[in-house]
Structure formats: structure tokens, C-alpha cells
Design a binder for this molecule. Sequence first.
Ligand code: SF4
Length: 403
Amino acid sequence: MKSIKELYRIGTGPSSSHTMGPRKAAEIFLQRHPEAAAFKVTLYGSLAATGKGHMTNVAITDTLQPAAPVEIIWEPKIFLPFHPNGMKFVSLDAEGKETDTWTVFSVGGGALAEESDGVASVNTPDVYEMNHLTEILHWCERTGKSYWEYVKECEESDIWDYLAEVWETMKASVRRGLENEGVLPGPLNLRRKASTYYIRARGYKASLQSRGLVFAYALAVSEENAAGGTIVTAPTCGSCGVVPAVLYHLQQSREFSDIRIMRALATAGLIGNIVKQNASISGAEAGCQAEVGTACSMASAAANQLFGGSPAQIEYAAEMGLEHHLGMTCDPVCGLVQIPCIERNAYAAARALDANLYSSFTDGMHRVSFDKVVEVMKQTGNDLPSLYKETSEGGLAKDYKPM
Ligand code: SF4
């Protein structure tokens, strides 16, 4: 598996696969061809189907246009076999002759991959030897260590500085989201809700207040993402509200120190990485179970670790966070990361706290392992028809009419 730095990416919303990945691809292609007289970029499959709502074209033209004119070609009906988020970059000379072409895929969480004999090829090294949670759980039992210590052993020593930056960015996105009011960009005219939830929640008694606050924090980050604000992919932009909401809530209510939060982030990153390695964190590839389901799983494990869960209990919490999102489709209305995405983050954050609690009542023994659920999620994602995988042609996206 790659470094968890590739899972937690600091950047601007609204979509890691549809804006962060394409922007990065455009930057790479521009570096290769600063001399080009023009560019042609073809967007395929899901990138073309929901690219306008997700502002894929803006991410690409913002990057390439200062150097040379760009033509964007939309091909929503063509799905390249390797991955539904395909892009082809072409550079042209002054005579309009093609000088180079590059086909690349935005595979989720802002990551890019090229196809080489049907296998993803990315240029960064693997830093983890073990790719399954069961193996790492055995390692924990053998050594007496916890998951975050496995992260520490595998990553470079600057991982804690990186996670500190991630945590500061997450906190800032919660706080900004609680302050910002008004309407989110796009034709839905969706009003931001986080600030209202926050104020109302504070007026309630403890148990309801706790639930209301975690909703408010998740809404805050997801609304910031929808407005193109700075967030951290955890594991993607669309699902970026869940992990910060849970961790911010626990820090505020239980006074967990920053260092303990960073260790929880390390464990959550390991969980997300395992899903990314063995299944997918891309809504276009496997539906929303891969995005919000994974985020819930990460947050469940992080919360359980903070409350002193054993490695087996943490594994159980992670398993439930994902298991109970199996089959969840990706059907963003108007191709925007707003409905159902924003509310979905709030629900998943609350669910992560439930998964933590549920697991805390057990000894960690259970029948279906986290690794098994990851495998099932991948198969379920393969079985989902493409209209439920970020094409905005099915589900809520099909029937919804903007007011
Ligand atoms: S429905 Fe889920 S997977 Fe699809 S764009 Fe929204 S958050 Fe991402």
C-alpha cells in the first residue's frame, strides 16, 4: 500500500476524482508540454456525465488555459474499460498537429493511475508490506502494539508533521463551515445548514446536543467542500465531512489531545488505505459505499481507538462502519456534490459513533471480518449498474427536479 499521505490530500473541493485528480493530471501534462500551441482534453464516462456539476472542465481549463487554448470534449457514453473516470490529454503544435497524447484515470481520492496491461500503474512506492487488516491485527497481537504504531513503523518520520497539518486543516474547515452562511453554488440553490444546526444543538440537553453537534460539524465540512473550500480528502472530497466531524466532536467534548487525535487519524488512514488497495474509494467505480462507507469505517476505527478499544474492537468498529453502508449508490443530483452527499456525511458521522459504541460493548469477537466486507464491497460495486455510479442518471438524480 502507498503512504497514507496519498489518502489524506489537502486541497479544494468539490470532488477529489472530478476536480482534484483532473487538475493534477492537467498540471502534469502542462509540465510535459509547456510549448504546446493548444490542448484538447476528452473526458469519458462518469467524468463527462457529472463533470459540469463537479467543475471538472474548470479545474482543467484553469490549469491549461493560461498556457494555451483548451478544447474540452465530453464523452459521457464512452466508458474506457480500465476505469469510469478516463481522460485523454492531447497537445497540438501551431499547425494543429498532435504532438503527444496521454490517457490517464482519476481513480478516487485525487489519485491518478495509468493503465499498463490492465493493471494500474502509479509512480509512488509502496510503503506498507501488509495490505489486509487481519494480518495487521495479528501483528498487533503479537507485538502488543496498536494500528497507529504500524503506521509509524512503515511511514517516514515526517508523517506526524503531515498529520498535524491534516488535523489543522480539518479543524479549520469545521470552524469556517460553522461560520459561513448563505447559498451553495449551483442550480439547486441549497442553503447552508451547519451554522443553524450548531446553534440549535447547543440549546438541547446533553444526549441530543451531542448528536446535533456531530451533525453540525459534518455539515460544516461538507458544505465547505461543496462551495470549493479547502478540505482534506478522507478518503475523498464527497465524503470529507465524516472523519473531521467525529474527531472534532470528540476533541471538543472529551478533551482528547492533538497527539491522540493524530494517532487516531493514522489508524483511520490505515483503514482507508486498505479499502483503497483491495477495493475502491471511488463513487464512480463502486458507488457511495466506497466513499461515505469508507469514511464511516475510518471514523469508527478512530473513535474506538480514542476510547481505548483493543485492536480486535477497533477492527470490529471499522467493519461495522463499512458493512452497514454496503450497496449504497452514488446518485448526486445535477452532478453536484450536494444532494444526497452533504446529509449523507452527517448520518455517517453519527453512525460511526454508534459503531464505536456497539463495538465497545463487545470483546471484539465477530463473524465477518473487515477484510471480508471490503471484498464484498468491491463485488457489490462491480455488480451495481453504472447509472448508480456517479453518472447522475439513476436514483435520486433521475427524478429530482430543481425548484
Ligand atoms: S453520492 Fe456519495 S459517492 Fe456520490 S458524489 Fe455524493 S458523496 Fe460522492
